[in-house]
Design a protein around this ligand. Structure first.
Ligand code: C5P
Ligand code: MG
Length: 198
């Protein structure tokens, strides 16, 4: 049986990863797995061993140990019964990358990494707007955002570079309105589909 296909989706907080993933799901039939959403779901379970740990990491904008995140991703992939996945917000640091390479990497085919490129000011505005509009997220406030951006710069950007060096990154200008950004995303997917990778 063919290995499941995976596209990693990375970008700063507020770059539009979730918004664009939803559009990709609607147009190209992928399953969207957001590492952040899966962690928030796990945190919300009353019987979770990891609830408190996850909340602390999220508030502090830190990256949860990969064993937790990878097992959530693996379970979600299995449960879906599908074989085309957008894995959003992962791998976010070296620990994520190492854990992935050790456990799941050999069992899937990584197609490419979709990177949403967006300056900090735009991202911060979006996250604060989202918070004010009632996202209910404990990390859409200025204090957590500063920490999330530090983590992005110090820990996630080197991972993007790692994949860039392997020729795997598709860069998207994510400053524009969602529909315009998606116009470019569509081009990338259409191009890759034409290449027979799908
Ligand atoms: O991607 P999102 O902004 O929803 O992630 C929210 C938070 O979830 C991150 O700031 C981080 O604390 C946590 N997270 C993580 N490991 C990941 C993805 C998200 O610890 N791979
Ligand atoms: Mg998200």
């Amino acid at each position: 049986m063919a290995k499941p296909k995976v596209i990693f989706v990375l970008g700063a907080p507020g770059a539009g990863k979730g918004t664009q993933c939803q559009k990709i799901v609607d147009n190209f039939g992928y399953v969207h797995l957001s590492a952040g959403d899966l962690l928030r779901e796990e945190r919300a379970k009353p019987d979770s061993k990891y609830g408190e740990l996850i909340e602390t990491y999220i508030r502090e904008g830190k990256i949860v140990p990969v064993e937790i995140t990878c097992s959530l991703l693996e379970n979600a992939m299995k449960k879906s019964g599908k074989e085309k996945f957008l894995i959003d917000g992962f791998p976010r640091n070296q620990n994520n990358l190492d854990g992935w390479n050790k456990t799941l990497a050999d069992n899937v085919k990584l197609l490419f990494v979709l990177f949403f490129d967006c300056p900090k000011e735009v991202c911060v505005d979006r996250c604060l707007g989202r918070g004010a509009a009632g996202s209910g997220r404990s990390d859409d406030n200025m204090q957590s955002l500063e920490k999330r951006f530090n983590t992005f710069t110090q820990e996630t950007q080197p991972i993007v570079k790692y994949y860039e060096e392997r020729g795997l990154v598709r860069n998207i200008d994510a400053t524009k309105a969602p529909e315009d950004v998606f116009g470019r995303v569509k081009e990338v997917f259409t191009e890759v589909e034409a290449g027979g990778d799908f």
